[in-house]
Design a protein around this ligand. Structure first.
Ligand SMILES: Cc1cc2nc3c(=O)[nH]c(=O)nc-3n(C[C@H](O)[C@H](O)[C@H](O)COP(=O)(O)OP(=O)(O)OC[C@H]3O[C@@H](n4cnc5c(N)ncnc54)[C@H](O)[C@@H]3O)c2cc1C
Length: 448
């Protein structure tokens, strides 16, 4: 029986001990770590994946489950197009029902100004032959029958998909294990072991794993891990609140959002709801350190962020989280095995109210489950997918900035090739690690 959100009360499905040596070690059991491991194992590379808590217990099960091409940064688009194909193939190969459905994604426009805001993506969509189109107010009203609001129109991509994250990523982990990946849960990676400036192993809480290649796919924890090794990335984590209703009449089969609310039909007949607009950033040492890098994105959307004075203890950027530790003692990763922020209650009340007000025909809406997740944000809203120039054998795939679930298998395939020294097949310049230190201007990607 699957309970959600995942927590330490869930049994350890992949116990240790880890092996003493592995061709590749992956740090982090979210969608990025799991899919990279899977693609490497399919090529007969020995892979060990260490996860400090439980597979997919952080962002990769807590997300909305949108698999969208719509609204993507132009450089992410070829990877997410590949990811959509891979989702279908992997869902089939897993033999499990992960709730994958092609039901489309819609961005609703309340005004002509909102509609005009879609122009930039329409050009990108045309270059890639996407089925994205703009629809007028009447067609929008037909698509969302009974909506109490009259929309000016919408941008729609019918080929976009949805899946149930808390089913999908654990299913991919099981598939990875079938292909030979060794997963070890409850096993924090504490530090890299370096020999002559290159990776020679990973220190975990269960001992050293000798390896020549390591991927850091630690989501909101990646910056803390990398900083210990002298690599500074301006990654911050922001809290996003989500809720699931029980089963309701179907008002729309896909995923949709306006400025106020986002909703997605689930396969169990309920809706996953989230407030639109801003996320919440807790101020900590990293927030101050990296603030200048976030100015362009804040200028573009000044109301996009709300602030809290300090993160709870043991969060990645809390004031008391140690920034240094030794591999033979506990690290901050064991102190918080599952990052489980409390949802914001005012936002939950707003979601409940707004969804019911938008679709009065569904009757009273009650929230069955509520949760929050910490999104690993980057100042330009696109991830880092690169090898680290400073440390041979170290690879980084992190900072998915709130849209890493849908693109996950695409990034996993790309990173598997990077690690093997193959051509990754897509242009990765935009995602390079050095962009925050080589004097490049920060160029924010699309916000949603
Ligand atoms: C509320 C919310 C809604 C979202 N909605 C969508 C959506 O609809 N569509 C979409 O595409 N994306 C969405 N996202 C974003 C998406 O969920 C993430 O981008 C994606 O899951 C990131 O995957 P990841 O593997 O990089 O990180 P995570 O899933 O966060 O996994 C990282 C893992 O690394 C582990 N770890 C960290 N450090 C260590 C260590 N030192 N040792 C061992 N293990 C470690 C952590 O415990 C964690 O399990 C949403 C995110 C949130 C929070």
């Amino acid at each position: 029986m699957l309970t959600f959100p995942f927590s330490l009360a869930d049994p350890i499905r992949y116990p240790g001990p880890p092996p003493q040596a592995s061709d590749v070690v992956i740090i982090g059991g979210g969608v990025i770590g799991v899919t990279t491991a899977l693609f490497l194992a399919k090529r007969n590379i020995s892979v060990t994946l260490v996860e400090k808590g439980r597979i997919a217990a952080e962002q990769s099960s807590r997300n909305w489950g949108w698999i969208r091409k719509q609204g993507r940064d132009a450089d992410e688009l070829p990877i997410v197009i590949e990811a959509c194909r891979l989702w279908r193939e992997l869902a089939e190969e897993s033999g499990e029902d992960i709730g994958l459905n092609q039901t489309g994604v819609t961005y609703l426009a309340r005004s002509q100004k909102d509609l005009a805001g879609f122009d930039a993506f329409m050009k990108i969509a045309a270059e890639h032959d996407l089925d994205t189109r703009l629809i007028d107010g009447d067609e929008t009203a037909n698509l969302f029958e009974g909506a109490s609001r009259r929309y000016a129109g919408a941008m729609v991509t019918p080929s976009d998909m949805r899946a149930e994250p808390w089913l999908a990523v654990p299913a991919l982990a099981r598939l990875a294990v079938r292909h030979g990946v060794k997963i070890v849960e409850n096993c924090a990676a504490r530090a890299l072991e370096l020999s002559a400036g290159r990776v020679s192993g990973v220190w975990t809480e269960a001992g050293l794993i000798a390896t020549s290649s390591v991927l850091v796919a630690g989501g909101a924890w990646s910056s803390l891990f990398l900083r210990k090794h002298g690599i500074s990335i301006p990654q911050l984590s922001v809290r996003a609140t989500v809720a699931a209703t029980g089963p309701l009449p179907e008002i729309h089969a896909g995923a949709a959002a306006d400025a106020q609310i986002a909703f997605r039909r689930r396969q169990d007949g309920g809706y996953t709801l989230a407030p639109g607009g801003s996320s919440q950033l807790s101020l900590g040492p990293d927030a101050f350190r990296h603030a200048p890098k976030y100015l362009p994105v804040l200028k573009a959307n000044p109301l996009g962020m709300r602030y809290r004075l300090a993160a709870p203890a043991a969060f990645p950027d809390s004031w008391t989280t140690p920034r240094d530790w030794t591999p033979d003692g506990p690290s901050p990763f064991e102190a918080m095995r599952v990052l489980d922020p409390a949802p914001e209650h005012a936002r939950l009340r707003a979601i409940e109210h707004d969804f019911q007000a938008l679709f009065p025909q569904i009757g009273p809406v009650s929230l069955r489950t509520t949760w929050a997740g910490m999104i690993d944000a980057m100042p330009d809203v696109v991830p880092i997918v690169d090898r680290a120039q400073a440390i041979d054998g170290l690879f980084v795939a992190t900072g998915m900035s709130g849209h890493g679930f849908g693109i996950g298998p695409g990034i996993g395939r790309v990173v598997a090739d990077l690690i093997q020294g193959n051509d990754p097949g897509h242009r990765l310049h935009r995602f390079r690690l050095a962009r925050f230190s080589d004097g490049s201007a920060i160029r924010p990607g699309p916000g949603l």
